[in-house]
Ligand binder design. Structure first.
Ligand code: PRP
Length: 186
């Protein structure tokens, strides 16, 4: 993959993301009612989304326990390596919990599939999934998310927690990243 040249365009603004997350939180609240939820955030990419989602859930009277799992599938490049590596385990017991698994993007699906399998093996009563972005054209694993923010084309997205080589995570909106040699690149 060639080097990135510049941010291409803003796909979703901070305000559009905020509004969409509020709708997702409402849907989750409707489906779960007052049941206890264990929200499991897949680091690193989902830390911004998770922070906003749990506060939006609080606005809908849902107050989940929160834990983190660190998985990675991308190496120092912009395509999935196809191998999902577990870096940090959960700290809370999963047994008997209804788990809401949160990730920033569903791409090949290998990360979410691996996380679902892990949580099921650990005794979760139920695992539902919530992703901010879905790139269905890239799917390898047969998985769909229960809650999705936005469907996108096959573009490389950064910002709002998503990175390229650990950069750009701080951006408040979601942007496509332009690479050398692709149309429109300079
Ligand atoms: C990204 C993203 C998802 C995963 C999705 O993580 O945060 O977890 O890839 O890709 P997949 O559906 O093809 O598995 P990444 O491996 O880049 O690690 P990071 O979250 O630490 O940036």
């Amino acid at each position: 993959m060639n080097a990135p040249t510049h941010l291409d365009k803003e796909l979703f603004s901070a305000e559009e993301i905020r509004a969409r997350i509020n709708i997702i939180a409402g849907n989750i609240s409707r489906d779960y009612g007052t049941d206890d939820i264990l929200a499991v955030s897949i680091l690193k990419g989902s830390f911004v989304f998770t922070a906003d989602l749990i506060r939006a859930l609080a606005g809908h009277q849902v107050h989940p326990l929160v834990d983190f799992l660190t998985l990675s599938s991308y190496g120092p490049d912009s395509t999935s390596s196809g191998t999902v590596t577990l870096h940090h385990e959960l700290s809370l017991p999963v047994g008997g919990h209804r788990v809401l698994l949160i990730d920033d993007i569903l791409d090949t699906g290998l990360t979410l599939q691996t996380a679902c399998q892990l949580l099921t093996r650990q005794g979760a009563k139920e695992v539902r999934t919530c992703v901010l972005l879905d790139k269905p054209s890239r799917r390898v694993a047969p998985i769909t998310a229960d809650y999705t923010g936005f469907q996108i084309e096959n573009v490389f997205v950064v910002g709002y927690g998503l990175d390229y080589n650990n950069r750009y995570r701080h951006l408040p909106g979601l942007f496509s990243l332009q690479f050398e040699g692709t149309p429109g690149a300079t």
